[in-house]
Design a protein around this ligand. Structure first.
Ligand code: GN1
Ligand code: MG
Length: 368
Protein backbone atom coordinates (compact mmCIF):
# COMPACT_ATOMS: atom_id res chain seq x y z
CA UNK A 1 0.00 0.00 0.00
CA UNK A 2 1.36 3.44 -0.87
CA UNK A 3 1.79 6.18 1.74
CA UNK A 4 -0.91 8.30 0.16
CA UNK A 5 -3.31 5.32 0.12
CA UNK A 6 -2.57 4.77 3.80
CA UNK A 7 -3.18 8.43 4.58
CA UNK A 8 -6.37 8.49 2.55
CA UNK A 9 -7.88 5.39 4.16
CA UNK A 10 -7.00 6.65 7.66
CA UNK A 11 -8.73 9.90 6.89
CA UNK A 12 -11.85 8.20 5.53
CA UNK A 13 -12.04 5.88 8.51
CA UNK A 14 -12.16 8.93 10.77
CA UNK A 15 -15.45 9.81 9.11
CA UNK A 16 -16.91 6.49 10.28
CA UNK A 17 -15.21 5.52 13.53
CA UNK A 18 -14.20 7.30 16.74
CA UNK A 19 -10.65 8.63 17.12
CA UNK A 20 -8.23 5.89 18.16
CA UNK A 21 -10.54 3.01 17.18
CA UNK A 22 -8.58 1.91 14.12
CA UNK A 23 -5.45 -0.23 14.52
CA UNK A 24 -4.72 -1.12 10.94
CA UNK A 25 -6.18 -1.02 7.48
CA UNK A 26 -4.69 -3.27 4.80
CA UNK A 27 -5.61 -4.30 1.27
CA UNK A 28 -7.93 -7.27 1.21
CA UNK A 29 -9.41 -9.73 -1.30
CA UNK A 30 -8.97 -9.66 -5.06
CA UNK A 31 -11.90 -7.99 -6.77
CA UNK A 32 -11.22 -6.52 -10.20
CA UNK A 33 -13.16 -3.32 -9.68
CA UNK A 34 -13.35 -1.73 -6.24
CA UNK A 35 -10.52 -1.23 -3.72
CA UNK A 36 -11.10 -3.28 -0.61
CA UNK A 37 -9.41 -3.10 2.80
CA UNK A 38 -9.66 -5.04 6.04
CA UNK A 39 -9.88 -2.79 9.08
CA UNK A 40 -8.63 -4.07 12.43
CA UNK A 41 -9.76 -2.12 15.47
CA UNK A 42 -9.02 -1.68 19.16
CA UNK A 43 -10.60 -4.04 21.66
CA UNK A 44 -14.34 -3.80 21.95
CA UNK A 45 -14.79 -3.15 18.22
CA UNK A 46 -15.59 -5.66 15.52
CA UNK A 47 -13.51 -5.87 12.34
CA UNK A 48 -14.71 -4.05 9.26
CA UNK A 49 -14.26 -4.03 5.51
CA UNK A 50 -13.70 -0.66 3.87
CA UNK A 51 -14.40 -0.26 0.17
CA UNK A 52 -13.83 2.50 -2.31
CA UNK A 53 -16.35 2.28 -5.13
CA UNK A 54 -14.65 2.54 -8.51
CA UNK A 55 -15.99 5.73 -10.05
CA UNK A 56 -14.57 4.95 -13.50
CA UNK A 57 -16.93 1.96 -13.55
CA UNK A 58 -19.87 3.33 -11.60
CA UNK A 59 -20.63 6.82 -12.85
CA UNK A 60 -23.59 7.33 -10.59
CA UNK A 61 -22.07 6.64 -7.18
CA UNK A 62 -25.14 7.81 -5.30
CA UNK A 63 -27.33 5.37 -7.21
CA UNK A 64 -24.97 2.48 -6.48
CA UNK A 65 -25.05 3.26 -2.76
CA UNK A 66 -28.78 3.69 -2.89
CA UNK A 67 -29.38 0.32 -4.59
CA UNK A 68 -27.16 -1.47 -2.08
CA UNK A 69 -28.81 0.24 0.87
CA UNK A 70 -32.32 -0.59 -0.37
CA UNK A 71 -31.49 -4.23 -1.04
CA UNK A 72 -29.64 -4.81 2.24
CA UNK A 73 -32.46 -3.13 4.21
CA UNK A 74 -35.01 -5.31 2.43
CA UNK A 75 -33.02 -8.52 2.94
CA UNK A 76 -32.31 -7.61 6.55
CA UNK A 77 -36.02 -7.42 7.34
CA UNK A 78 -36.74 -10.71 5.60
CA UNK A 79 -33.86 -12.47 7.36
CA UNK A 80 -35.07 -11.22 10.74
CA UNK A 81 -38.63 -12.30 9.95
CA UNK A 82 -37.31 -15.76 9.04
CA UNK A 83 -35.39 -15.98 12.32
CA UNK A 84 -31.92 -15.62 10.74
CA UNK A 85 -28.92 -13.52 11.78
CA UNK A 86 -28.88 -10.40 9.59
CA UNK A 87 -25.31 -9.51 10.59
CA UNK A 88 -24.05 -12.71 9.01
CA UNK A 89 -26.59 -13.38 6.30
CA UNK A 90 -26.36 -10.06 4.52
CA UNK A 91 -24.02 -7.08 4.44
CA UNK A 92 -24.34 -4.64 7.33
CA UNK A 93 -23.60 -1.08 6.23
CA UNK A 94 -22.05 1.07 8.96
CA UNK A 95 -23.25 4.67 8.80
CA UNK A 96 -20.69 7.49 8.83
CA UNK A 97 -20.78 10.09 11.59
CA UNK A 98 -23.47 11.98 9.71
CA UNK A 99 -25.64 8.89 9.52
CA UNK A 100 -25.07 8.17 5.83
CA UNK A 101 -24.51 4.59 4.76
CA UNK A 102 -21.83 5.61 2.29
CA UNK A 103 -19.32 8.41 2.55
CA UNK A 104 -18.22 10.91 -0.08
CA UNK A 105 -14.73 12.21 0.64
CA UNK A 106 -13.37 15.64 -0.28
CA UNK A 107 -12.25 14.34 -3.68
CA UNK A 108 -15.65 12.95 -4.60
CA UNK A 109 -14.64 9.36 -3.94
CA UNK A 110 -17.32 7.13 -2.49
CA UNK A 111 -16.55 4.77 0.40
CA UNK A 112 -18.51 2.26 2.40
CA UNK A 113 -17.77 0.46 5.61
CA UNK A 114 -19.35 -2.92 6.32
CA UNK A 115 -19.14 -5.35 9.15
CA UNK A 116 -16.54 -8.06 8.53
CA UNK A 117 -18.23 -11.45 8.74
CA UNK A 118 -16.14 -13.52 11.14
CA UNK A 119 -15.60 -17.28 10.87
CA UNK A 120 -16.52 -17.24 7.22
CA UNK A 121 -14.66 -18.10 4.04
CA UNK A 122 -14.79 -17.37 0.31
CA UNK A 123 -13.39 -19.63 -2.39
CA UNK A 124 -11.67 -18.64 -5.62
CA UNK A 125 -12.11 -22.15 -6.95
CA UNK A 126 -14.37 -24.99 -5.94
CA UNK A 127 -12.67 -27.13 -3.31
CA UNK A 128 -15.53 -29.50 -2.56
CA UNK A 129 -18.11 -30.04 -5.33
CA UNK A 130 -20.79 -29.86 -2.63
CA UNK A 131 -19.86 -26.19 -2.07
CA UNK A 132 -20.75 -25.40 -5.64
CA UNK A 133 -24.15 -26.98 -5.19
CA UNK A 134 -24.59 -24.82 -2.08
CA UNK A 135 -23.54 -21.67 -3.92
CA UNK A 136 -26.11 -22.45 -6.62
CA UNK A 137 -28.74 -22.83 -3.98
CA UNK A 138 -27.67 -19.54 -2.38
CA UNK A 139 -27.88 -17.59 -5.64
CA UNK A 140 -31.22 -19.23 -6.44
CA UNK A 141 -32.44 -18.37 -2.96
CA UNK A 142 -31.20 -14.80 -3.35
CA UNK A 143 -33.16 -14.53 -6.56
CA UNK A 144 -36.29 -15.83 -4.87
CA UNK A 145 -35.87 -13.57 -1.80
CA UNK A 146 -35.89 -10.58 -4.14
CA UNK A 147 -38.67 -11.87 -6.37
CA UNK A 148 -41.18 -9.52 -4.72
CA UNK A 149 -38.83 -6.54 -4.61
CA UNK A 150 -40.06 -3.76 -6.92
CA UNK A 151 -37.30 -3.91 -9.55
CA UNK A 152 -38.31 -0.60 -11.09
CA UNK A 153 -37.19 1.27 -7.94
CA UNK A 154 -33.58 0.21 -8.58
CA UNK A 155 -31.36 2.27 -10.83
CA UNK A 156 -29.62 0.54 -13.72
CA UNK A 157 -26.22 1.68 -12.45
CA UNK A 158 -24.24 0.35 -15.41
CA UNK A 159 -26.54 0.63 -18.41
CA UNK A 160 -26.34 -2.34 -20.82
CA UNK A 161 -24.19 -4.26 -18.33
CA UNK A 162 -25.06 -7.73 -19.62
CA UNK A 163 -26.25 -6.62 -23.03
CA UNK A 164 -24.02 -8.91 -25.07
CA UNK A 165 -24.67 -7.26 -28.47
CA UNK A 166 -23.65 -3.89 -27.07
CA UNK A 167 -20.50 -5.47 -25.58
CA UNK A 168 -19.80 -6.79 -29.08
CA UNK A 169 -20.20 -3.34 -30.59
CA UNK A 170 -17.66 -2.05 -28.08
CA UNK A 171 -15.24 -4.78 -29.15
CA UNK A 172 -15.52 -3.96 -32.86
CA UNK A 173 -15.04 -0.31 -32.04
CA UNK A 174 -11.91 -1.08 -30.03
CA UNK A 175 -10.61 -3.11 -32.98
CA UNK A 176 -11.24 -0.20 -35.35
CA UNK A 177 -9.50 2.29 -33.07
CA UNK A 178 -6.75 -0.15 -32.09
CA UNK A 179 -5.16 2.43 -29.78
CA UNK A 180 -2.41 0.07 -28.62
CA UNK A 181 -1.78 -1.59 -31.98
CA UNK A 182 -2.66 -5.04 -30.62
CA UNK A 183 -5.50 -5.94 -33.03
CA UNK A 184 -3.27 -7.91 -35.41
CA UNK A 185 -2.12 -10.06 -32.51
CA UNK A 186 -5.66 -11.22 -31.66
CA UNK A 187 -6.98 -12.14 -35.12
CA UNK A 188 -7.75 -15.71 -34.00
CA UNK A 189 -9.82 -14.51 -31.04
CA UNK A 190 -11.69 -11.99 -33.20
CA UNK A 191 -12.52 -14.68 -35.71
CA UNK A 192 -13.86 -16.89 -32.93
CA UNK A 193 -16.14 -14.10 -31.74
CA UNK A 194 -17.28 -13.11 -35.24
CA UNK A 195 -18.40 -16.68 -35.92
CA UNK A 196 -20.74 -16.45 -32.91
CA UNK A 197 -21.99 -12.93 -33.41
CA UNK A 198 -25.61 -13.83 -34.16
CA UNK A 199 -25.92 -16.20 -31.25
CA UNK A 200 -24.70 -13.44 -28.92
CA UNK A 201 -28.02 -11.62 -29.39
CA UNK A 202 -30.29 -14.57 -28.51
CA UNK A 203 -31.17 -13.67 -24.91
CA UNK A 204 -31.59 -9.94 -25.49
CA UNK A 205 -33.90 -10.71 -28.42
CA UNK A 206 -36.01 -12.95 -26.19
CA UNK A 207 -36.18 -10.20 -23.55
CA UNK A 208 -37.30 -7.69 -26.17
CA UNK A 209 -39.91 -10.16 -27.42
CA UNK A 210 -41.28 -10.75 -23.93
CA UNK A 211 -40.10 -14.37 -23.91
CA UNK A 212 -37.80 -13.81 -20.94
CA UNK A 213 -38.88 -11.68 -17.94
CA UNK A 214 -36.87 -8.87 -16.39
CA UNK A 215 -35.87 -9.69 -12.80
CA UNK A 216 -33.85 -8.23 -9.96
CA UNK A 217 -30.46 -9.80 -10.57
CA UNK A 218 -27.08 -9.81 -8.86
CA UNK A 219 -25.03 -9.65 -12.06
CA UNK A 220 -21.77 -10.91 -10.62
CA UNK A 221 -22.55 -14.40 -9.34
CA UNK A 222 -19.01 -15.65 -9.04
CA UNK A 223 -18.28 -18.31 -6.46
CA UNK A 224 -16.02 -15.84 -4.65
CA UNK A 225 -19.01 -13.59 -4.03
CA UNK A 226 -20.54 -16.15 -1.67
CA UNK A 227 -19.45 -16.46 1.94
CA UNK A 228 -19.53 -19.83 3.63
CA UNK A 229 -19.71 -20.41 7.37
CA UNK A 230 -16.26 -21.75 8.31
CA UNK A 231 -17.70 -23.90 11.09
CA UNK A 232 -20.82 -25.41 9.55
CA UNK A 233 -19.80 -25.21 5.87
CA UNK A 234 -23.21 -23.75 4.99
CA UNK A 235 -23.60 -20.72 2.76
CA UNK A 236 -24.04 -17.51 4.68
CA UNK A 237 -24.18 -14.44 2.61
CA UNK A 238 -24.17 -13.11 -0.95
CA UNK A 239 -21.54 -10.36 -1.37
CA UNK A 240 -20.69 -7.72 -3.93
CA UNK A 241 -24.06 -6.11 -4.34
CA UNK A 242 -22.90 -3.14 -6.42
CA UNK A 243 -24.18 -4.53 -9.67
CA UNK A 244 -27.66 -5.44 -8.46
CA UNK A 245 -29.91 -4.23 -11.25
CA UNK A 246 -32.85 -5.37 -13.29
CA UNK A 247 -31.59 -8.17 -15.55
CA UNK A 248 -31.98 -11.77 -16.72
CA UNK A 249 -32.00 -14.73 -14.34
CA UNK A 250 -30.18 -16.89 -16.91
CA UNK A 251 -27.26 -14.48 -16.72
CA UNK A 252 -26.97 -14.86 -12.96
CA UNK A 253 -26.94 -18.61 -13.53
CA UNK A 254 -24.54 -18.32 -16.44
CA UNK A 255 -21.94 -16.12 -14.80
CA UNK A 256 -21.69 -18.55 -11.90
CA UNK A 257 -21.05 -21.45 -14.29
CA UNK A 258 -18.53 -19.42 -16.26
CA UNK A 259 -16.47 -18.78 -13.17
CA UNK A 260 -17.07 -21.77 -10.93
CA UNK A 261 -17.48 -24.75 -13.26
CA UNK A 262 -14.29 -23.95 -15.17
CA UNK A 263 -11.62 -26.56 -14.38
CA UNK A 264 -9.05 -23.75 -14.52
CA UNK A 265 -8.81 -20.26 -13.07
CA UNK A 266 -10.14 -17.30 -15.04
CA UNK A 267 -6.54 -16.27 -15.76
CA UNK A 268 -4.94 -19.65 -16.42
CA UNK A 269 -2.24 -19.23 -19.10
CA UNK A 270 -2.52 -22.81 -20.32
CA UNK A 271 -5.87 -22.98 -22.09
CA UNK A 272 -5.39 -26.75 -22.31
CA UNK A 273 -6.41 -26.82 -18.65
CA UNK A 274 -9.67 -24.97 -19.33
CA UNK A 275 -12.85 -27.03 -19.60
CA UNK A 276 -16.41 -27.15 -18.31
CA UNK A 277 -16.70 -29.58 -15.44
CA UNK A 278 -20.00 -31.34 -16.09
CA UNK A 279 -19.97 -32.61 -12.54
CA UNK A 280 -19.85 -29.05 -11.18
CA UNK A 281 -22.31 -27.81 -13.77
CA UNK A 282 -24.80 -30.45 -12.66
CA UNK A 283 -24.26 -29.56 -9.01
CA UNK A 284 -24.99 -25.90 -9.70
CA UNK A 285 -28.05 -26.61 -11.86
CA UNK A 286 -29.49 -28.73 -9.07
CA UNK A 287 -28.72 -26.09 -6.39
CA UNK A 288 -29.92 -23.12 -8.42
CA UNK A 289 -33.24 -24.71 -9.39
CA UNK A 290 -33.80 -25.81 -5.80
CA UNK A 291 -33.02 -22.31 -4.52
CA UNK A 292 -35.37 -20.68 -7.05
CA UNK A 293 -38.14 -22.97 -5.88
CA UNK A 294 -40.11 -23.05 -9.09
CA UNK A 295 -40.07 -19.27 -9.54
CA UNK A 296 -38.50 -19.44 -13.02
CA UNK A 297 -40.57 -19.63 -16.19
CA UNK A 298 -40.20 -22.57 -18.61
CA UNK A 299 -38.27 -20.38 -21.03
CA UNK A 300 -35.87 -19.30 -18.31
CA UNK A 301 -35.16 -22.90 -17.36
CA UNK A 302 -34.77 -23.96 -20.98
CA UNK A 303 -32.34 -21.10 -21.64
CA UNK A 304 -30.04 -21.79 -18.67
CA UNK A 305 -27.33 -23.47 -20.78
CA UNK A 306 -27.44 -20.54 -23.20
CA UNK A 307 -27.07 -18.18 -20.24
CA UNK A 308 -23.83 -19.97 -19.35
CA UNK A 309 -22.47 -19.76 -22.86
CA UNK A 310 -23.47 -16.14 -23.37
CA UNK A 311 -21.93 -15.01 -20.08
CA UNK A 312 -18.70 -16.78 -20.98
CA UNK A 313 -18.60 -15.28 -24.47
CA UNK A 314 -19.49 -11.85 -23.10
CA UNK A 315 -16.85 -11.91 -20.42
CA UNK A 316 -14.23 -12.95 -23.00
CA UNK A 317 -15.41 -10.12 -25.23
CA UNK A 318 -15.08 -7.64 -22.35
CA UNK A 319 -11.58 -8.83 -21.40
CA UNK A 320 -10.48 -8.68 -25.04
CA UNK A 321 -11.94 -5.20 -25.51
CA UNK A 322 -10.16 -3.98 -22.41
CA UNK A 323 -6.90 -5.52 -23.60
CA UNK A 324 -7.21 -3.67 -26.91
CA UNK A 325 -8.03 -0.44 -25.09
CA UNK A 326 -4.93 -0.67 -22.90
CA UNK A 327 -6.51 -2.36 -19.84
CA UNK A 328 -8.29 0.68 -18.50
CA UNK A 329 -11.20 -1.21 -16.89
CA UNK A 330 -10.19 -4.48 -15.19
CA UNK A 331 -7.35 -4.43 -12.69
CA UNK A 332 -4.37 -6.31 -14.14
CA UNK A 333 -1.18 -7.79 -12.66
CA UNK A 334 0.81 -7.90 -15.92
CA UNK A 335 0.34 -6.33 -19.38
CA UNK A 336 -1.32 -9.27 -21.19
CA UNK A 337 -3.45 -10.32 -18.20
CA UNK A 338 -6.71 -9.40 -19.96
CA UNK A 339 -5.71 -11.28 -23.11
CA UNK A 340 -4.98 -14.37 -21.01
CA UNK A 341 -8.39 -13.98 -19.37
CA UNK A 342 -10.13 -13.55 -22.75
CA UNK A 343 -8.50 -16.73 -24.04
CA UNK A 344 -9.68 -18.81 -21.09
CA UNK A 345 -13.24 -17.58 -21.65
CA UNK A 346 -13.24 -18.48 -25.35
CA UNK A 347 -11.72 -21.89 -24.61
CA UNK A 348 -14.48 -22.48 -22.07
CA UNK A 349 -17.23 -21.38 -24.47
CA UNK A 350 -15.82 -23.77 -27.07
CA UNK A 351 -15.83 -26.63 -24.58
CA UNK A 352 -19.48 -25.85 -23.80
CA UNK A 353 -20.26 -26.24 -27.49
CA UNK A 354 -18.74 -29.73 -27.37
CA UNK A 355 -20.81 -30.60 -24.30
CA UNK A 356 -24.01 -28.84 -25.32
CA UNK A 357 -26.25 -31.89 -25.49
CA UNK A 358 -25.27 -33.04 -22.00
CA UNK A 359 -25.70 -29.49 -20.67
CA UNK A 360 -29.29 -29.35 -21.89
CA UNK A 361 -30.03 -32.92 -20.74
CA UNK A 362 -28.87 -32.03 -17.22
CA UNK A 363 -31.25 -29.06 -17.07
CA UNK A 364 -34.10 -31.31 -18.25
CA UNK A 365 -33.27 -33.77 -15.51
CA UNK A 366 -33.73 -31.20 -12.72
CA UNK A 367 -36.54 -29.12 -14.23
CA UNK A 368 -39.49 -29.25 -11.83
C1 GN1 B 1 -15.65 -7.90 -12.28
O1 GN1 B 1 -14.89 -7.00 -9.34
P1 GN1 B 1 -15.26 -8.40 -9.66
O2 GN1 B 1 -14.03 -9.21 -9.90
O3 GN1 B 1 -16.20 -9.00 -8.64
C2 GN1 B 1 -16.80 -7.43 -13.15
C3 GN1 B 1 -17.68 -8.59 -13.57
C4 GN1 B 1 -16.83 -9.60 -14.31
C5 GN1 B 1 -15.68 -10.04 -13.41
C6 GN1 B 1 -14.74 -10.97 -14.14
C7 GN1 B 1 -18.63 -4.27 -12.19
O4 GN1 B 1 -16.11 -8.39 -11.04
O5 GN1 B 1 -18.70 -8.14 -14.42
O6 GN1 B 1 -17.59 -10.75 -14.67
O7 GN1 B 1 -14.91 -8.90 -12.95
N1 GN1 B 1 -17.60 -6.42 -12.46
C8 GN1 B 1 -17.89 -5.23 -13.03
O8 GN1 B 1 -13.98 -11.66 -13.22
O9 GN1 B 1 -17.59 -4.93 -14.18
MG1 MG C 1 -16.39 -9.66 -6.35
Amino acid sequence: MTDSERKQTQEVLRAFLPEGAVRSCERFGNGHINDTYLVECAEGYPRYVLQRINREVFHNLHAVSDNVEKITDFLREKIIAQGGDPNRETLTLIPDKEGRKSHMDGEGQCWRLVLFIEDAVCYEQVERPEDFYLSGKAFGHFQRMLADYPAETLVETIPHFHDTPSRLKALWQAVRKDVCGYAGQVAGELEFVAARERECGTAMDMLAGGELPLRVTHNDTKLNNIMFDAKTGDTLCVLDLDTIMPGLSIFDFGDAIRFGANTALEDERDTGKVSLSLELYEMFVRGFLEGCQGSLTDNEVRMLPMGAKLMTMECGIRFLTDYLEGSVYFHIDYPEHNLVRARTQFALAQDMERKWKVMTDIVDKYRT
